[in-house]
Design a protein around this ligand. Structure first.
Ligand code: ATP
Length: 312
């Protein structure tokens, strides 16, 4: 992890045992501030156990978890004021209205009385539930209940949200809305950790990937190009050109070149205008450019590759 990013979560040597089963085997990893981290892995990998440890709800055998500089095991109450946690199976008060439930959670989290109404109303708006403000939660659809549950986790303005399978059971439109909500919250500076089995959607909103398997971290990738000018570009030529690599190597904004005779993948640290200039330069040097575009890192492929490698 590059040091230029500040760290929201630092986990060191985390081990968790159930009575007859070791669920986490000495995990060490960090989560950059301002990221949306996707936590993925097969059933039983240990995602829920890890999230519960991070939320201070269960005590590991060994290890430390620092969230925003505070030790979860030493000062869980302080950490609870800074985080929101959505459990995989969450409970809601069916007989309360959305407004009542969020007000209750705001007060439980010690939001000052004179701010509660404003905070609750703004969360209801943000979750697109305004027309249901005074409806009983028991009468809402599953997707709406999911949004209320997320609202309850963020009513005290946490800096870090831990969401265990928030999209499970939602229809495609509701999942799309949820992805947009994550992006909006992230723009407001909130760091998110989201576990999910819906890999195709991870690309849409996450920029950090943590892959778990059998209680271990098997991969942790921070896709920094989503947050910076650095992009991964893929160049394809219609015919072989032996000069391709040497032309690219002399360009000061290009790094990490991976070439065949007719393709080149590389990192480009320039603006879009500079990218257009690079294209003109390549054509000017006589390269028969077929295509030249940003290559998005596909988390789904990355996940499946990683899991397959570990199976072999
Ligand atoms: P899923 O994707 O199915 O939700 P997960 O990655 O969240 O799985 P965990 O629920 O953390 O995985 O479970 C990790 C391991 O710990 C599994 O082998 C599971 O059987 C075991 N486990 C979970 N809860 C308990 C428990 N209460 N007692 C004993 N073992 C448990």
């Amino acid at each position: 992890m590059p040091l230029k990013y500040s760290i929201m979560v630092q986990v060191e040597n985390l081990t968790y045992d159930y009575p007859s089963h070791r669920a986490l085997h000495g995990l060490t990893f960090s989560i950059p501030s301002g990221s949306i981290t996707a936590l993925v892995g097969p059933n039983g990998a240990g995602k829920t156990t890890l999230m519960r440890c991070m939320a201070g709800l269960t005590r590991p055998l060994t290890g430390t978890i620092m969230i925003n500089g505070t030790d979860v095991l030493e000062e869980p109450r302080k950490v609870h004021r800074q985080i929101g946690f959505l459990a995989d199976f969450f409970g809601l008060y069916d007989k309360l209205t959305i407004y009542q439930a969020l007000t209750y959670f705001a007060k439980a989290h010690e939001v000052p009385n004179n701010e509660v109404d404003k905070r609750v109303t703004s969360i209801i708006e943000r979750l697109h539930l305004t027309d249901k403000t005074h409806s009983d939660i028991g009468h809402l659809s599953r997707g709406m209940k999911q949004r209320v549950a997320i609202g309850q986790t963020m009513v005290h303005n946490p800096q870090f949200l831990i969401l265990d399978e928030p999209a499970s059971g939602l229809d495609p439109e509701a999942r799309h809305d949820l992805a947009n909500l994550f992006k909006e919250l992230n723009k407001d500076g909130i760091t998110l950790l989201v576990s999910s089995h819906i890999l195709a959607e991870l690309d849409e909103y996450s920029n950090n990937l943590v892959i778990m398997r059998e209680g271990k971290i098997v991969d942790n990738d921070f896709f920094e190009q989503k947050n910076t000018n650095s992009r991964h570009l893929l160049l394809k030529l219609t015919q072989a050109n032996g000069n391709l690599k040497s032309i690219l190597e002399t360009h000061e904004l290009i790094s990490n070149i991976d070439c065949t005779e007719t393709t080149a993948a590389f990192n480009f640290g320039g603006t879009e205008t500079q990218q257009a200039e690079l294209m003109m330069l390549l054509i000017g040097k006589g390269l028969s450019v077929l295509s030249f575009a940003e290559e998005k890192v596909n988390m789904q492929d990355k996940y499946l590759d990683t899991i397959k490698q570990k199976n072999n």
